[in-house]
Write a protein that binds this ligand. Structure first.
Ligand SMILES: C[S@@+](CC[C@H](N)C(=O)[O-])C[C@H]1O[C@@H](n2cnc3c(N)ncnc32)[C@H](O)[C@@H]1O
Length: 274
C-alpha cells in the first residue's frame, strides 16, 4: 500500500508532506478500498467506497496535524499496562500475520508490530500523522477508520489504540461491523479506548505551554462504558475474551475480541489473562 500511496492513485490529490489523499468534499469522502495484491509490499488499491459525516473527522484530523510533534514527544514511551496489552495482541495474532493499526497516529505501535514480524499497515485521517508513520517504515493510507479501506477477510488482526474514541457514537455499530468484515474468521481485535458517557468537542488538553500555538484546536471525543461497548462488539459479531480497565490522564478500557471462526493457526486468545 505504501508503494501505491507514493505513486498516487487515479482520482487522488496529493499535497506536499502528505501521503495518498483521497478526493473529498465537505460531506463526502471517497476512500479507496485496498487489499493484498501485486504491488510491492503486497498491497494494492482496488476500488472506491464512500464515507459521509466529515463534520467531526476533518477538524479532529486537523488538530492532530497541528500537534504531531508534541504528540510524538509525549507518547513515544507507553505505560507498562499498555505495553502488556500490545504484547498480548501481538501474541494472539499468528506469526507473520497481516494486521491493520486503525488510527495509527505516528505509527508507534505499527512499527513495533512490524519489528516483531507482523505485516502491519496503518490507517489515519491526519496527513501529518500518516506521513510520520510512513517515515517510520509503516505502509499507511490516509483514510477513514469508520469504513476500513481494506478487502474483506484479509486481516489476522486489528489494533485500535485511542482511535475509536473519535468515532461518533451513532456510527460505532457500523464502524465495528466494518472492522469485523475485514478480519478473517478467527481474526483478533484489540481496542483501547476512553471510558465515560460524554460525547462532544474537547479542546486540546495536553500541554499548557503549547496552548498558545494550538489555541482553538478541538477534537470530537466519544467515551464508552465498558459493558455498553462489549454489547456493541457482540452485536457486530465479535466474541469478547478480555476487558480490563486502567487509568492515566483518562480512564481506559482495553478489550481483546475476535471474529468467531477458525484461525489459520491456533492463537493464544484462550490463554489471555483476565
Ligand atoms: C489519540 S490518536 C492515537 C494514535 C495512536 N493509535 C496512538 O495510540 O498513539 C488518534 C488518531 O486517530 C486518528 N483519527 C481520528 N479519527 C479518525 C478517523 N475517522 N479515521 C482515521 N483516523 C482517525 C487521528 O488522526 C489520530 O492520529
Amino acid at each position: 500500500m505504501a508503494a501505491a500511496s507514493r505513486r498516487g492513485a487515479p482520482g487522488s490529490t496529493r499535497r506536499k508532506g502528505e501521503g495518498s489523499i483521497s478526493s473529498s468534499s465537505a460531506r463526502a469522502t471517497h476512500v479507496r478500498t485496498c487489499g493484498p495484491g501485486s504491488a510491492p509490499g503486497g498491497w494494492s488499491l482496488w476500488h472506491a467506497t464512500t464515507v459521509t459525516r466529515d463534520d467531526v473527522r476533518v477538524p479532529t484530523a486537523q488538530a492532530y496535524d497541528r500537534v504531531v510533534d508534541e504528540y510524538v514527544r509525549r507518547n513515544t514511551e507507553v505505560p507498562a499496562d499498555f505495553a502488556r496489552f500490545r504484547a498480548e495482541f501481538a501474541e494472539a495474532v499468528p506469526a507473520g500475520g497481516r494486521i491493520a493499526d486503525l488510527g495509527c497516529g505516528p505509527g508507534r505501535d505499527a512499527a513495533r508490530f512490524r519489528a516483531a514480524g507482523l505485516r502491519a499497515v496503518g490507517i489515519d485521517a491526519s496527513g501529518r500523522m500518516a506521513r510520520c508513520a510512513l517515515d517510520d517504515g509503516v505502509p499507511v493510507a490516509r483514510a477513514d477508520i469508520r469504513l476500513v479501506p481494506l478487502r474483506h477477510e484479509t486481516l489476522d488482526g486489528i489494533w485500535s489504540a485511542a482511535s475509536l474514541l473519535h468515532v461518533p457514537r451513532d456510527e460505532v455499530p457500523d464502524t465495528l461491523r466494518s472492522w469485523w468484515r475485514c478480519l478473517r474468521p478467527g481474526g483478533v481485535l484489540a481496542v483501547s479506548t476512553s471510558m465515560g458517557d460524554h460525547e462532544g468537542w474537547e479542546t486540546w488538553p495536553y500541554d499548557p505551554a503549547s496552548q498558545a500555538s494550538t489555541a482553538g484546536l478541538r477534537r470530537w471525543f466519544v467515551h464508552h462504558r465498558p459493558d455498553a461497548l462489549v454489547a456493541l462488539l457482540g452485536d457486530a459479531g465479535f466474541a469478547v475474551h478480555l476487558t480490563r480497565e486502567r487509568e492515566s490522564h483518562r480512564r481506559w478500557v482495553q478489550i481483546l475480541a475476535s471474529r468467531p471462526g477458525t484461525a489459520p493457526e491456533a492463537h493464544s486468545l484462550a490463554r489471555a489473562p483476565r
